[in-house]
Design a protein around this ligand. Structure first.
Ligand code: GTP
Ligand code: MG
Length: 249
């Protein structure tokens, strides 16, 4: 579902650069850096400008060392760990991202809870994967451009998540794109993979800057697919209500 979505068809992609979005993005920033939100915290808007929030659970899948913890940190605006410390269980990070829907002009806050589980822990403890899968809305399959085996392992990772009635957004993320000089995977192979699997592939890498530009493309793309998936599900269920009514908080 939602795999052939045109970027920008649902969400205005460069909205974070428009003056009118300033008030919304200022709620997720503090001293020009991303604000960190606890599980029970949310961006505070003035009552007259109350904005609906939609929440989603996103799981990061991939071999150990591909950069799951680093991607979660990058998306939340945290520093990327310079060393590899294996994640020994499940770690979650909450982030907020405001978007403007193209058709209705409605503004929404996306609340994304990123679930990051160390691959070794996932193999060792059978109960972890079912928890990660429970009510998940999206899964990001990571591979590293500097680790060929992580790219070759993608079909296995994806197969773990196939099901006849799954309503899960699936995207592939190539990490360590900044180390292209040492790349074990060619762009051509990535394009071929994208065509055969029919999944979108995003590439990330490098230092995290303070700006929003680094992650805007990624988060808008993810939000767009999540929203589209909900709209499709609402249509299939013949629910006459608006998308994600149940998830508005
Ligand atoms: N240059 C570069 N290094 C990265 C990038 N992403 C991650 N790394 C490095 O890769 C190493 C492993 O990253 P992690 O995010 O800890 O890997 P992980 O997938 O969480 O690993 P497990 O928790 O063991 O499953 C760290 O030393 C990071 O600094 C990137 O985009 N560019
Ligand atoms: Mg980790």
């Amino acid at each position: 579902m939602a795999q052939d979505l045109q970027p920008g068809s649902i969400i205005i992609p460069d909205w974070h650069q428009c003056a009118e979005s300033k008030d919304f993005f200022s709620r997720i920033l503090y001293k020009k850096k991303r604000k960190q939100f606890g599980l029970l915290e949310s961006p505070a808007m003035a009552p007259q400008a109350a904005v609906d929030t939609v929440q989603y659970k996103v799981f990061l899948s991939g071999k150990n060392g591909v950069g799951k913890t680093s991607l979660a940190a990058r998306l939340a605006g945290l520093r990327i760990p310079s060393m590899h410390y294996e994640t020994t269980g499940i770690e979650t990070i909450v982030l907020y991202w405001p978007v403007k829907l193209r058709e209705s002009g409605r503004v929404l806050f996306f609340r994304l809870q990123l679930w990051d589980c160390g691959e070794n822990a996932l193999r060792r403890f059978d109960h972890l994967l079912p928890s990660c899968k429970e009510q998940v809305d999206a899964v990001l399959f990571l591979f590293s451009f500097t680790d060929r085996t992580s790219f070759d392992d993608l079909p296995n990772q994806i197969a773990r998540w196939s099901g006849p009635s799954d309503r899960v957004v699936k995207m592939v993320v190539g990490t360590k794109f900044d180390l292209f000089m040492h790349s074990d995977v060619t762009q051509r192979e990535v394009r071929q993979f994208q065509e055969t699997q029919g999944l979108p592939v995003l590439c990330t890498g490098g230092e995290v800057s303070d700006g929003l530009g680094d992650v805007a493309n990624f988060l808008n793309g993810l939000a767009e697919r999540l929203w589209h998936q909900d709209c499709m599900a609402a249509t299939l269920d013949r629910r006459p209500t608006q998308c994600r009514e149940g998830a508005l908080i």
